[in-house]
Design a protein around this ligand. Structure first.
Ligand code: PLP
Length: 368
């Protein structure tokens, strides 16, 4: 068992309260569509979870549609009809792959979407275009100016989808005032289980499910509900207070970045000039491949990620850092992401192991 887990953006540890609620609910037959007592009890639990998630994101409960995770929620949102589609160049694969022919909007060196480019592109499209931009980036933590983006899309009569998987529980989200048509959410980034998420969809907008079947979720997403997962997601949403998260993680981020900035002056922290999530640091050690750093830290008992996603166990070069103009440095970037259980000791342990590698100089497994 690893002692120091600093990969919350990949998946967060299950919270104790979530585990207890899920275990308590396991056992009795529980199909929320059944009319007997078992079914009614299950239905109440689903609706409690829906209300909890709605409170967390400032939506109406009826606007929450449960899905199998953030990936499905994004895919459903992007099936919304549109005259043309644009996404930012730093979206998660769940968005990139669901909109393969979308126009890619550039970001600046800090990782913030170019609002002029968005305005110009929309100006050249017929009304009814679609735009997808994430609330906060999974690799860098950079937060996008959603209010300004929503102002621009509204002026051009476009709908706006926001992948808020990394934003949930880490920054305030208010669906009722954000000006977006839909939000994608995921349970496992906030201490809930994997395999459950939600699409928050503006009242009155039709849903576009990926499969066909029963009339669950008010005919918007077929399939018997993942009751245990939904219960866990509901409890996790209740516990995922962004103010508490900010107060806990921001000082740790400052501690880490200050120390690495002083002791490793040529290391580069991405997105530092932008607003970022309190828990995420994307940092490149020039001359060291990300994999080398990840493995060295793993040996030292610290779990982090390479800057790029490694969904198949293989690290690919990061399209996010490339879009920010990081060039060759992208191959040397790691992602450190903390959370509610992270302590100052964890940060020290990471910093010491990483600085040991840094101080070994470029003779240690340099990039050719
Ligand atoms: N969107 C972002 C920004 C993510 O970080 C992730 C997970 O890595 C997803 C979507 C996909 O969510 P899920 O793992 O629940 O399918």
């Amino acid at each position: 068992m690893l002692d120091t887990y600093l990969d919350y953006n990949a998946t967060a540890p299950l919270r104790d309260g979530v585990r207890r609620a899920m275990i308590d609910a396991m056992g009795p037959p529980a199909n929320p569509s059944s009319v007997h007592g078992y079914g009614q009890r299950a239905r109440l639990m689903v609706e409690d979870a829906r209300a909890s998630i709605a409170r967390r994101v400032g939506s109406m409960p009826e606007e929450i549609i449960f899905t199998s995770g953030g990936t499905e929620a994004n895919a459903m949102a992007l099936r919304q009809p549109c005259s043309a589609m644009a996404i930012s160049g730093i979206e998660h694969a769940a968005v990139l792959e669901s909109a393969p022919s979308a126009h890619h909007l550039p970001v600046d060196a800090a990782g913030v979407v170019d609002l002029t480019a968005l305005d110009d592109w929309l100006g050249q499209q017929p009304r009814g275009a679609g735009v997808a931009i994430m609330a906060a980036n999974n690799e860098t933590g950079v937060i996008q100016p959603m209010a300004e983006i929503a102002g621009i899309t509204a002026r051009h009569g476009a709908w706006l989808h926001c992948d808020a998987v990394q934003g949930l529980g880490k920054m305030p989200l208010d669906f009722s005032t954000m000006g977006v048509s839909s939000l994608a959410l995921s349970g496992h980034k906030i201490g809930g289980p994997t395999g459950v998420g939600a699409l928050v969809l503006k009242e009155g907008m039709p849903a576009h499910p990926l499969s066909r079947g029963g009339g669950q979720e008010k005919n918007r997403r077929p399939g018997t509900e993942n009751l245990i997962g939904i219960i866990g997601f509901g409890v996790a949403a209740m516990l995922a207070d962004p103010e508490v998260f900010e107060a806990h993680c921001r000082p740790l981020q400052q501690q880490l970045e200050h120390r690495l900035g002083v002791e490793a002056p040529d290391a580069v922290i991405f997105g530092q000039a932008a607003r970022r999530l309190a828990n995420t640091t994307s940092i490149a050690m020039p001359g060291r491949l990300a994999e080398t750093q990840v493995m060295a830290l793993d040996l030292a008992g610290v779990a982090i990620s390479a800057g790029a996603a490694c969904s198949s166990g293989k690290v690919r070069s990061s399209h996010v850092l490339e879009a920010m103009g990081a060039g060759d440095l992208a191959a040397s970037a790691i992602r450190i992401s903390s959370g509610w259980d992270t302590t100052a000791n964890d940060i020290d342990r990471l910093a010491e192991a990483w600085l040991r590698l840094y101080k070994q100089g470029s003779s240690f497994n340099p990039i050719d």
